[in-house]
Design a protein around this ligand. Structure first.
Ligand SMILES: NC(=O)c1ccc[n+]([C@@H]2O[C@H](COP(=O)([O-])OP(=O)(O)OC[C@H]3O[C@@H](n4cnc5c(N)ncnc54)[C@H](O)[C@@H]3O)[C@@H](O)[C@H]2O)c1
Ligand SMILES: [Zn+2]
Length: 385
């Protein structure tokens, strides 16, 4: 018999195991899980103190509930609230977070709780990796992007003036709690941008999941608010299982993990072109990048036009941008775009590495892409009506 549901909580949570030997951990996915955060932490680390790292917006919506959940389990917590946005992945904020953790007497055996989106996960995770040469940490991702992507896999870090994520460490959390109800306060545009990464898992390696998304994406967006299905939880679990599998086989990105970059070479160039501003969110750039990766694959004869059209149609149906002309303020010119692509992925003797596709769900790494061919392709795209 299953226990009665607490208010706001849907059926049994889904548990995805990340198989990394001594560093193995669970990703627990379900609606209303935040209330049980303290009990889960107490079971893993009895007697540990915690410091919650979060940003101002997430704090406004969810910090009180997180603190109450810890207190209910008798866990001491202090809160470190940083400014919201990418700007917090900086040396200055990293210093503040580390110094505050030390001042709060968080020691080995204690825990950092990262309550927020990918920015907080990366920043708090890196602080956890660094203070006292490594503290354990728990991820409580609050954006769709963080629940399906950044909270899984152990990459943590901050930005350098030379580029994003250039300073960091691999540091796996000991637990990830993905409470899908936290996404109800997320602005629709952020949810949609995170959904690009959800669609990515289907497009890169799981055609059946992509077909399921085409039929069920509306339920993923509505979630439990007005839908009794577990579509949102199911979608997040499929993505986490996909990423966890890849990470377990290739933790440090020497091979297969690169497939997760589908759409990201074109995407990063567009994101950088927009100055990493609110003009183009990461997920929106990835949606455009995936469409370009499919269309480039079609141009190379690897797939038929129909597959590229299908990928584009789904991303457009959920409201993501799929044409370069949809980028507010426009995109860089051809030379600038090619420069940005070359910066992102090193060019070796005029050859670039791209993630291409042999069909929906069949991505592969191509190390031998001719830069001139990419240029000709983008030239056509830039003039497309
Ligand atoms: N470590 C990895 O493997 C990995 C993978 C992908 C992306 N990332 C990183 O993730 C970052 C992007 O993450 P993101 O898109 O989650 O951005 P984010 O953390 O900046 O969150 C986006 C915005 O949503 C707000 N927000 C977060 N949760 C909310 C909620 N529940 N309700 C209302 N507002 C909420 C935040 O305050 C912020 O303004 C980038 O820095 C990227 O480099 C890391
Ligand atoms: Zn991404």
């Amino acid at each position: 018999m299953t226990a009665p549901l607490r208010q706001g909580e849907l059926a049994e949570p889904i548990v995805v195991k990340v198989a990394l030997g001594a560093r193995a951990y669970d990703i627990v996915i379900g609606r209303g899980l935040l209330a049980g955060l303290g009990a889960r932490i107490a079971a893993l680390r009895p007697g540990a103190k915690t410091a919650i790292v979060t940003d101002a917006t997430v704090a406004k919506h969810h910090l009180v509930a997180a603190e109450a959940a810890l207190e209910a389990a008798g866990i001491d917590s202090s809160a470190i609230v940083v400014g919201e946005g990418e700007g917090s992945k900086s040396y200055a904020t990293f210093e503040t977070v580390c110094e505050t953790i030390i001042a709060a007497n968080i020691e080995r055996g204690d825990l950092i709780v990262a309550l927020g989106g990918g920015v907080i996960g990366d920043l708090a995770g890196y602080a956890a990796a660094s203070v006292r040469r490594g503290l354990d940490f728990v991820q409580v991702p609050t954006t769709l992007l963080a629940q399906v992507d950044s909270s899984v896999g152990g990459k943590t870090g901050i930005n350098s003036r030379h580029g994003k994520n250039l300073v960091g460490a691999f540091h796996q959390p000991i637990l990830v709690i993905a409470d899908t109800a936290l996404l109800d306060t997320l602005p629709p545009r952020e949810f949609r941008a995170g959904y690009a990464e959800v669609a990515k898992y289907g497009l890169l390696g799981d055609a059946a999941f992509f077909a399921w998304l085409e039929a069920n994406w509306q339920d993923v967006f509505t979630g439990g608010k007005s839908s009794a299905t577990m579509a949102r939880e199911h979608a997040i679990a499929v993505c986490c299982r996909g990423k966890a599998g890849v990470v377990a086989r290739d933790e440090r990105e020497t091979g297969e993990r690169a497939l997760l970059n589908l759409g990201h070479t074109f995407g990063h160039a567009l994101e950088a072109g927009a100055g990493f501003s609110g003009r183009l969110l990461h997920g929106e750039a990835v949606a455009l990048g995936m469409v370009l990766a499919f269309e480039f694959s079609a141009r190379k004869g690897l797939i038929g036009e129909a597959d590229a059209a299908r990928a584009r149609a789904h991303l457009a149906a959920v409201g993501l941008p799929t044409h370069l002309k949809q980028v507010p303020g426009g995109v860089p010119g051809l030379d600038a775009l090619m420069d940005l692509i070359a910066q992102d992925k090193k060019v070796k003797r005029g050859k670039l590495t791209f993630i291409l596709v042999r069909g929906i769900g069949q991505a592969f790494v191509e190390n031998d892409v001719d830069a001139a061919e990419v240029r000709a392709f983008l030239a056509d795209k830039l003039f497309e009506k």
